[in-house]
Each structure stands twice: as structure tokens, then as C-alpha cells.
Design a protein around this ligand. Structure first.
Ligand code: ATP
Length: 306
């Protein structure tokens, strides 16, 4: 099925005793932005590395652009643009030279390479940095240059491992905007992220991994609707009253999420009885549910690396 750019069946990766990816199935469609979420060590990067042919699969099947990663690595790599977590810019070369030398790696003629390099610098707002040393770039500019470089061979699939980790809000927004533009051009985008807001904003569909297994898969909106409902109530609690309130909620059969200095109750688990708990009005805050709620409810752990 050619509308499926990536197909994984029973995909498995074992590092000695550790099952880093434990027999997972997923399909990624042409032109969508697909996210891999999960806590530290869930298997996101390992899955990405199998897709990009930088780590062999232990078991199962993995087709990229219809080709088997076991036997067709060269053809697969030619349709992929990859931005890994490591910053692999060449400090000995200036900004545009970093692009040009990468173009040689794909056997682009120097005319084509310079044309694409100039376009890419323009697209990523780096034109006036072309002749500067890459050491003079900010973190956000470096990240944009890495993405620009990955696009030089006009990939059908762009793979981004934590594209905005460590970036300031302005740089993050610019990267989001550019990723959205690229999606508009029909490029299939795969990304891993620890930012739920990023996944909500960018991803058409995503899956949440935990300990090498898929917990859930779907569109951000559907996941919120199915697992949380549209509303969430946060109960601010003192440590003294927390035990009592949690016990009362448990008695009423209302599920809750203990977030330290607050207790969170999801619409799915029933909000109606909260008013009967004798709580002070200003202890209760209602808000719209979001993907972070889904994530925390499913994994019981924070996503962000501290
Ligand atoms: P993070 O959010 O921290 O980046 P991740 O979901 O990307 O995590 P992976 O990097 O895929 O997780 O790691 C999955 C598991 O495999 C972890 O337990 C990790 O320690 C282990 N692992 C990853 N690479 C190797 C390796 N080269 N050798 C042995 N174990 C590894």
C-alpha cells in the first residue's frame, strides 16, 4: 500500500536482556505528521533509529517507502531526511559550507547543491548568516540549520528526534511554523517529543510508547476525548487533607491523578460528585483537558527530562 510510507509489524529491538521495543505495529501515511511520545527510555529513539537504518531490527518487519530496512538501506536513506538529537554540524565550515558539503554526500551537483542551500537558508531565516562560522549561531539557529541540511536531498520523509528540545519559545514557534510549511508541501514528518503542546500542535496522529509497548495511538483530539473527556478539575489540597479527599474520591469510585500539591479529576472519571466534598470554592479549578493529561493518566509519570 503506497499511501503507507512506513509499516511496522511486530517490530522488536533487543539490547542483550533489554526489550527496548517490544513487538509493536504501526503505519505512517504519506503526508502526515506522526509523533512518537513516551517517557524516558520508552523506545522512541530506538524506533526512529530502526526506521532510519542506523540500528538493525532484532525481529519483525519494517518497511520504509515500501522497502525492507534489512535489505534496502541505501534506497531508504535516499528518501529520508534525518535530524538526530546529536548536533553534527561541522565547526570547521561556515553555515553555507555545512550545507554544500552535505550536498556532496548525496552526490548533488554543485549547481543544484548551491541552489538548494540558498533556498534552504532563506526558508529557515538564516540567509544573513550564510558566511558565519556555525559556532556563532544560537541554539535555535543551529537547529534550523540542521533541519535545512536534512532537507537538501528533498526527502519524502523527514525524521526529527526532539526537534525543539532546549529551544526558547520564539525559536520553538519558528521551527513549528517551518515544520507545518513542510507538511503543507506533502513531506511526511516523523517526530519524537517530550512536549505535549508540540505534539498537539504538529501531529495528525501519534502513539504513546512505554517500556517498548504502544499504550495508545490516535489523533491528539481523539486521545483527549477518549481518555479524559473535555474537562478536568484540579483540586488544590494541603498535605493534611489530601489523604481524606483521596479516600473519599476512591469511595465514590472516582478516578484521580495525584500530582503532588493537587489532585486532578478527569471528566471521564466523573466530576459531578466533586461539589459534595465540602471543599472550598477556590480550591477547585476547571479547565480544558489536554494531551498532557492523557499522557500523565496513561503513564503516571512526567514526560519532560529535567
Ligand atoms: P528518551 O526520552 O530518554 O530519549 P527513548 O524513548 O528515546 O528515551 P530509547 O533511547 O529508545 O528511549 O531507549 C530505550 C531503552 O533502550 C532504554 O532502556 C535505553 O537505556 C536502551 N538503549 C538504548 N540504546 C541502547 C544501546 N545502544 N545499548 C543498550 N541499551 C540501549
Amino acid at each position: 500500500d503506497m499511501s503507507k510510507v512506513i509499516q511496522a509489524r511486530n517490530l522488536t529491538k533487543r539490547y542483550r536482556d533489554l526489550l527496548a521495543v517490544n513487538s509493536i505495529d504501526f503505519d505512517i501515511r504519506q503526508g502526515e505528521c506522526f509523533g512518537f511520545l513516551g517517557p524516558n527510555g520508552a523506545g522512541k529513539t530506538t524506533t526512529i533509529r530502526m526506521i532510519t537504518c542506523t540500528s538493525p531490527v532484532t525481529d519483525g518487519d519494517l518497511l520504509v517507502d515500501g522497502k525492507d530496512v534489512r535489505s534496502n538501506q541505501k534506497a531508504i536513506k535516499s528518501v529520508l531526511g534525518v535530524v538526530s538529537q546529536a548536533d553534527s554540524l561541522d565547526p570547521g565550515l561556515n553555515v553555507i559550507q555545512n550545507l554544500l558539503s552535505y550536498g556532496r554526500y548525496f552526490n548533488l551537483s554543485s549547481t543544484v547543491a548551491s541552489q538548494r542551500a540558498v533556498e534552504a537558508l532563506d526558508f529557515f531565516h538564516l540567509k544573513d548568516k550564510a558566511n558565519q562560522s556555525v559556532d556563532e549561531l544560537s541554539g535555535g539557529m543551529r537547529r534550523r540549520l540542521l533541519i535545512a541540511r536534512a532537507l537538501l536531498n528533498e526527502p519524502r520523509v523527514l525524521v526529527l528526534d526532539e526537534p525543539t528540545t532546549g529551544l526558547d519559545p520564539q525559536s520553538r514557534l519558528l521551527v513549528w511554523e517551518k515544520i507545518t510549511d513542510l507538511k503543507g508541501r506533502g513531506i511526511t514528518i516523523l517526530l519524537t517529543t517530550h512536549y505535549m503542546e508540540e505534539a498537539s500542535y504538529l501531529c495528525d496522529r501519534l502513539l504513546v510508547l512505554d517500556a517498548g509497548r504502544i499504550l495508545v495511538e490516535g489523533s491528539p483530539d481523539d486521545l483527549v476525548k477518549d481518555h479524559i473527556g473535555s474537562l478536568v478539575t484540579e483540586i488544590k489540597v494541603s498535605q493534611k487533607e489530601k489523604g481524606r479527599i483521596m479516600a473519599t474520591l476512591a469511595d465514590l469510585g472516582i478516578g484521580l491523578d495525584d500530582r503532588g500539591d493537587s489532585i486532578v479529576v478527569y471528566q471521564k472519571d466523573g466530576l459531578g460528585a466533586l461539589n459534595d466534598l465540602g471543599l472550598d470554592e477556590n480550591q477547585l479549578t476547571s479547565r480544558h483537558a489536554n494531551l498532557e493529561d492523557v499522557f500523565l493518566r496513561l503513564t503516571g509519570r512526567g514526560l519532560r527530562e529535567e
